[in-house]
Design a protein around this ligand. Sequence first.
Ligand code: PHE
Length: 457
Amino acid sequence: MASPDSRGTWGSRAGFILAAAGSAVGLGNIWGFPTMVGQGGGAVFVLVYLFCIFCLCLPILIAELALGRRVQRDPVSVFATIAPGTSWWLVGALGVITGGAILAFYCVIAGWTVAYIWFSLSGAVSGDPAEVAAFFARFTASGGMAAALGLGILLVTAGILLGGVQSGIERVTKVLMPALLLLMLMLAARAFTLPGAADGYAYYMRPDLSRLFDPAVFSGALGQAFFSLSLGMGTMMTYGSYLRKSEGIGAAALWVVLLDTSVALLAGFIIFPSGFSIPGFDPSASGPGLIFAVLPQLFATLPGGALFGAAFFLLLAMAAITSTISLLEVPVAHAIDAHGWPRRRAVLVLTGTIFLLALPVALSQGAVPTFTVLPGLGIDFLTLMITIWNNFSLPIGGLLIALFVGYVWKVDQALAELTLHGAWFPAPRLWSLLIRFVCPAAILVIIIAALRPLLGV
Ligand code: PHE
């Protein structure tokens, strides 16, 4: 078993925040968030999402980071160390499996963004409204290409992980994050000037309160919030395990949440005003193809749009890779810490296994658009994966982490870790209340409400 000191720590607090933000910011913000807003009915989804982020996810993010730094091991060992001889290690195991499963569909979508770098440059995807959506459907139907690109993403991820913790992740993110933000701000400004933009803002910001208590909106928003923050599966625990004892967890968590949420909101400020400038645009109709249908048209309105498009998809692909690194790092850290595997073997074996899981995702897009999973419910394979892993597995993981910290590790122990060396941690009592009562109860209610229609009860 590797000792904590041989695992490496972050170069600096900024380095940790960048890396954790690098994990959080990715396809979840720029592809997932607008897609889910489109399916969740616009502004009402945004409202519920913000509630989930600040009231349910932020407290759990703090808990995950604290657990990771306390034990300084992979998620399975974290639970086994604090509660030896119990079944709590299974929560860590669920996270290890979830990480692999999410990566299996994540790498395919990241592969799409790589293809769009080329499509933007070569002019293959036009700005013609009738053509862009059809182009996306044709492209994703060619499953072999999507599989190859997904494999490419996995191999790059594996290559970076073989380089160790610091050198790989920190370096990439430091340059990437500001560049991505800058380009997104420019695109949001351009979208502001398009005809029809006002309808987009209304859709995005004026909530239809009749859907406020729709279980599907809550379940989608909660799953999206967990997914976007890389929460509920041990990623943040793993990252916390590399955090120095002298760093304040509260401030780091708040930074990560603010950055991640700003990028997601900003993505909406690009997609919806541009989308509504397209005649006949229906945000709920394009599903996973939403950004791939809207963005090429936005780029077409820009001078030098091909270059802007290519730059944007390149940055998005890079942001996706800083997330895939953290997805793969969870099972890898587990194999190293708990099973004593050399890093090289862990990375190679796991990458291969995940590629096999990615194949059905890549090959089923477009070619087999829908199939019936549960009686009366026709959903495609990608949606099925997102439902299982984002909407159920991550929140269940988060629920169990909250219970574990609240009742097994106990909030006093957690608070001792959070305020170590006099670190800034405001509202410790509010946090204790949220982690012990509010988070578990709210997540449980949302999960049950979401399960009922699926099970037909
Ligand atoms: N948070 C990442 C994103 O938004 C995805 C992710 C989920 C990464 C879970 C790690 C763990 O793209």
